[in-house]
Design a protein around this ligand. Sequence first.
Ligand code: PMP
Length: 399
Amino acid sequence: MTLAAAKTYRADFPGLVTADGADWHYLDSAATAQKPQAVIDAVMRALGVDYATVHRGVYARSAEMTLAYESARRRVAQFIGGKEDEIVFARGATEAINLLAYSYPDNNGSRGRVLLSQLEHHSNIVPWQLAGWQVDVCPLTADGCIDLDAAEAMLTPEHTMVAFAHVSNVLGSVVDGPRAAELAHSVGAKLLLDGCQAVPRVPVDVAALGCDFYAFSSHKLYGPTGIGALWGRADLLDRMAPWQGGGAMIDKVTFAETTYAPAPQRFEAGTPAIVEAIGFAAACDYVDAIGLEAIHAHETRLVAQTRDALRGMNDVTLFGPDDSAGIVSFVMDGVHPHDLGTILDEENVAIRAGHHCAQPLMEHLGVPATARASFGIYSTEDDVAALVRGIERTKRIFG
Ligand code: PMP
């Protein structure tokens, strides 16, 4: 995909203009992506003329909605190379990881030992702590990748889970999934990849990665908020105990004893996010029509342009590896990232400033916060130029 083509994708996204009609340089796609009209239309149809509940209705509209909901599950599974009965819909990646932390291997109170890394998002730290797992932390290499040699040295047969970000939400570093899987499996542990930042920007195939679980959110993939998925190998999901109780997850309920539905329904208590699931599938269609190889190549070019421009400024420190996926984090000497973000906002440039829900990583980097620019399908060279202009203006203001 050329940069010129990216400009045409901008027209698909009604959110990319400011209130007074100017171009909005939206560089916060790693927090949440803007939505294409195709997704908005799919959501509006599902909320409007197609709307009904799923699974319980005996009337035609409900039967059709049930088909649409289950075909959304198939579509989302296919997007990451999985099978439909391996996709559990959850509220987002956060809920997906909580589900796993509480349900694997069972919920009888005895937890395992998990190896995380120093760069994890709080969503891949706190659930393990809350559920009572013993947590070990794998260090990073000097350029901000998960150090798999260190992981190899740390892993023991006591570890039952390894849980790593596939792509770091701060540094953009990409973990070597197949090697992480091999290391986890060599001690009998399972591998969860937190794919929140990977699914919108690198091609994902869970079989090729060799992982056992994969968690991701729709809203970072140009779909609606309120839905995400936990993909798990069918034999592992089958062994996992229910997490939340309620309607739709049962086989038979009596006051004496309740039995449960098979996975994935066993993990989907209550009326599901029907409309959101349909929007999620529409987002998969939209992204696949452009192609993740092309999106990745496009974001890689924008990352290179941004890093080159910032590297030329002697009062800017860049974090992460040069080949980071779609995300650039940095700090400016003497300027708090929040001040930079506020000045950039005056120029219609939206970046993220803060700890990015990765406080242990901030501690490791020795900074309280970073500024982060992150790209998407619709990002252009103009966005990079506007960012660089804004940083230069900030330098003059603070200079
Ligand atoms: N993991 C990573 C790497 C993330 O970037 C995020 C979102 N910032 C999450 C997990 C949590 O995702 P959500 O808020 O959509 O549940």
